[in-house]
Design a protein around this ligand. Structure first.
Ligand code: DMJ
Length: 640
């Protein structure tokens, strides 16, 4: 209106119509009311969702609202939307589109369902697999700028033979003359693996874990209805240990019984590290197509979790509907550093094997968001909003909630054949900040890594944090000459502290967390922290330290763990965690964790192997100890 009135030589409309002042006023009032109505209608009519998308900032995602999410997510990473409050904190009751609430008009809900049906099946879904056509289901598309993969990608075949030729060492090593004691110890670990597997197979095959006291299976609620966590976690360990018959049993279960068409709430992180990691490793070790196709199919099912304003995935996803949400316990709908930061290795391989860049794009975008956000004292807090891309709470830990994020930085660099220099820089910078602010020495001379709560130190180390000795050892080899010895020493000191936490207990197994305060060193001070659930982190560090230094004490320490496991954790039908490491007659928790077969026994076995078995020249271990190959050939694959 203002514009019209000011146009030279052109009278305003009301004047042109010959209206007087009150009439002009009424006319203007009428016109502005009309405009408001028209504009408002865009938002209120049932068909208005696409206009809303144009005008409103993107909000907490149900998969249903984001078919074009990948591109939107990367481009809106800098959005300062603070609509954090309407994130679902617990699973929605049904797989309905979130904006089609029961209060929404029925017509609108029907339209959304029809649209979902027309969107068709997800790309790359195995032929014949069941499709959900409810509103919650959407096809995941590549990130920024990339066209929908299904329409444009050329036929693609990963050249497995070429990959095998690129390895520098035989996968299971050459086994030259070795000392009989080491061989006997290795064979003992192999026997433990067979015992753990046989009992799982007998009492719990197809369930997620074995309950060795009650001799039945456990399903749990971490895997969204997926079954057989122990099978998938055990595959590569069985293969490496040359337990051929048992490997065939596991493979047969994957072929015949592993059902991916499930509907339940899954941890994105756990499904990725255990199932996708386990399947990828099994494929790379054996070349069996079934492992690859299952890994890719499952990878597709995780993609809707990334449909957030920043592209930072939420922690929980319904594998059937694609709906995702944040953990109820996570501060203000935040995502967890160790969860969204522990996808990189597997997702790069999913892109490598499928020829579909979408997986790589998702994890590269996570890195972009992390690089952009300001780090307090250079540290990475554990909680980040997937909506704003800002930290939600300043709790920093190299143990639970933070741990494997750091591990994946150095391993991303190694897996890229040392080409991913961005990952190396992020690792170097993070470690520098950790050393500066969190690494401490106790009065008794033990080096430990404390936790940080908004600037205040908590002098506690979790069992989980004990992986860091191995991580720092792995990075030490690649630090410049002048820094190398420093990191070797730091890794050795931390590993020594973790060993102390075992040595100071009555069972010679370590507690869930140990503290350095009030005269206590490397021991649990709270009843609730005295348990041991067959965790691998301490023996993981022994394995890396052994390979780095060949100091025999690491094999000795590993052997002490074997003896303690046999004495306190082996029961009639498998291995069980214990509730108190400070008593020689501990009670058992009745759970044989799947990571005991994937990690604890694998690292112990490798500790008594020559270095060329799963050589670190060729492989990086994901955080569940599943070996993924280093990209010597620039991940090239042949196109048919
Ligand atoms: C494993 O699932 C992985 O190592 C993960 O990174 C941390 N926790 C368990 C074992 O303790």
């Amino acid at each position: 209106m203002v514009l019209l009135r000011k146009l030279p030589g052109m009278p305003g409309w009301p004047a042109a119509l010959g209206l007087r002042l009150p009439q002009k006023f009424l006319f203007l009032l009428f016109l502005s009311g009309l405009l408001t109505l028209c504009f408002g209608a865009l938002f209120l009519l049932p068909d208005s969702s696409r206009f809303k998308r144009l005008f409103l900032p993107r909000r907490a995602t149900a998969a249903s609202s984001s078919s074009s999410s990948s591109s939107a997510s990367s481009s809106s990473a800098s959005s300062s939307s603070t609509r954090d409050t309407d994130l679902p904190r617990s699973p929605p009751a049904a797989a309905e589109p979130r904006h089609a609430s029961p209060a929404a008009p029925r017509r609108l809900r029907e339209k959304l369902r029809t649209a979902a049906r027309m969107a068709g099946p997800p790309a790359h879904t195995a032929p014949g697999s069941r499709q959900q056509v409810q509103g919650g289901e959407r096809r995941a598309e590549p990130a920024t700028g990339a066209p929908p993969a299904r329409e444009t990608r050329a036929p693609f075949r990963f050249d497995y033979e070429r990959f095998r030729r690129s390895l520098r060492h035989p996968v299971r090593g050459r086994r030259p003359g070795e000392d009989p004691e080491t061989r006997a110890r290795r064979m003992k670990v192999k026997e433990m693996m067979k015992f753990a597997w046989d009992n799982y197979k007998q009492y719990a095959l197809g369930k997620n874990e074995l309950r060795p006291l009650t001799k039945n299976g456990h399903i749990g609620n971490m895997f969204g209805g997926l079954r057989g966590a122990t099978v998938v976690d055990a595959l590569d360990t069985l293969y490496i240990m040359e337990l051929e018959e048992e490997f065939q049993e596991a493979k047969k279960w994957v072929e015949k019984s592993f059902d991916l068409n499930v509907n339940g709430e899954a941890s994105l992180f756990e499904v990725n590290i255990r199932y996708i990691g386990g399947l990828l490793a099994a494929y790379y070790l054996t070349g069996e197509e079934v492992f690859k196709s299952k890994a890719l199919e499952l990878g597709e099912k995780l993609l809707p979790a990334f449909n957030t304003p920043t592209g930072i995935p939420r922690g929980v996803i319904n594998l059937g509907s694609g709906m995702s949400w944040s953990w109820g316990w996570a501060s203000a709908g935040s995502s967890i550093l160790a969860e969204f930061g522990t996808l990189h290795l597997e997702f790069m391989h999913l892109s490598e094997l499928s020829g579909n860049p979408v997986f790589a794009e998702k994890v590269m975008n996570i890195r972009k968001v992390l690089n952009r956000v300001e780090k307090p004292q250079g540290l990475y807090p554990n909680f980040l909003s997937p909506v704003t891309g800002n930290w939600v709470q300043h709790h920093v830990s190299i143990g639970g909630l933070g741990d494997s994020f750091y591990e994946y930085l150095i391993k991303s660099w190694l897996m890229s054949d040392k080409k991913d220099s961005e990952a190396k820089k992020m690792y170097d910078d993070a470690l520098e900040a950790i050393e500066k602010h969190l690494v401490k020495k106790s009065a008794g001379g033990l080096t430990y890594i404390a936790e940080w709560r908004g600037g205040i130190l908590d002098h506690k180390m979790g069992h989980l944090a004990c992986f860091s000795g191995g991580m720092i050892a792995l990075g030490a080899e690649h630090a410049g000459e002048e820094r190398k010895q420093h990191f070797v020493d730091l890794a050795a000191e931390i590993t020594n502290t973790c060993h102390e936490s075992y040595a100071r207990s009555d069972t010679k197994l370590g507690p869930e967390a140990f503290r350095f305060d009030a005269g206590t060193e490397a021991m649990a001070t709270r009843l609730s922290e005295r348990y041991y659930i067959l965790r691998p982190e301490v023996v993981e560090s022994y394995m890396y330290m052994w390979r780095l230094t060949h100091n025999p004490k690491y094999r000795q320490w590993g052997w002490e763990v074997v003896k303690a496991l046999e004495k306190h954790c082996r029961v009639e039908a498998g291995f069980s965690g214990i509730r108190d490491v400070y008593t020689t007659t501990p009670t058992h928790d009745n759970m044989q964790q799947s990571f005991f077969l994937a990690e604890t026994l694998k690292y112990l076995y490798l500790l008594f192997c020559e270095d060329d078995v799963l050589s670190l020249d060729d492989w990086v271990f994901n955080t569940e100890a599943h070996p993924l190959p280093v990209n010597h050939t620039n991940f090239k694959a042949s196109v048919q």
